[in-house]
Design a protein. Structure first.
Length: 176
């Protein structure tokens, strides 16, 4: 009898498997990095929107009271029955008469970051609200035009604040 000896090798070699694993790891790394950057930019867009909404509510308060609300521990003060009660980030902004200026004062989307409210205590006619944007390549952060993101002296949690929204009669660089 005649026996045929066939040798079949099916499957992948070790080198082929290592190449596929390396390609998958590289693609995963690129996707993960891009995803993290996208999340940071989304949080930055929310911060900008939050500060714009807070500005609008502060202007409504100013129209009713002739001054901006006081501040306490870098938060808006002027809420509730006691006109100097602190409006905690994440709670309603309403005055002693019950007028609601903002249903919920937004808080920073990243738990380690905070918004920083500052008001001119000489007459309460100027304010600043600061935030820290994660994307330091955002062109809005280069106020001096030197190609580098500029920081303020206020601390917004994860480091110095680098973005400001202010009353119409001041800017983020004024010290008061």
């Amino acid at each position: 009898m005649f026996k045929s000896h066939r040798s079949f090798t099916s499957g992948f070699t070790l080198i082929e498997l290592l190449v596929v694993i390396a390609i998958l790891a590289t693609l995963t790394g690129l996707v993960a990095t891009n995803f993290a950057n996208t999340q940071g930019k989304a949080r930055d867009a929310r911060r900008k929107s939050d500060l714009t909404q807070i500005q609008r509510s502060l202007e409504l308060f100013y129209n009713d009271h002739g001054q901006y609300p006081h501040e306490s521990a870098n938060q808006i003060a002027g809420c509730g029955a006691a006109s100097q009660s602190v409006c905690v980030w994440g709670t309603a902004f309403q005055d002693a008469t019950g007028t609601i200026y903002m249903e919920t004062i937004p808080k920073d989307p990243k738990t380690s970051y905070v918004y920083y409210y500052n008001v001119d205590t000489t007459n309460y006619l100027r304010y600043q609200i600061f935030a820290r944007l994660e994307n330091t390549n955002d062109p809005i952060l280069d106020r001096t035009g030197d190609g580098v993101a500029d920081n303020y002296s206020q601390n917004c949690g994860g480091g110095s604040c680098n973005y400001a929204a202010t009353s119409p009669n001041t800017d983020g660089t004024a010290s008061f």
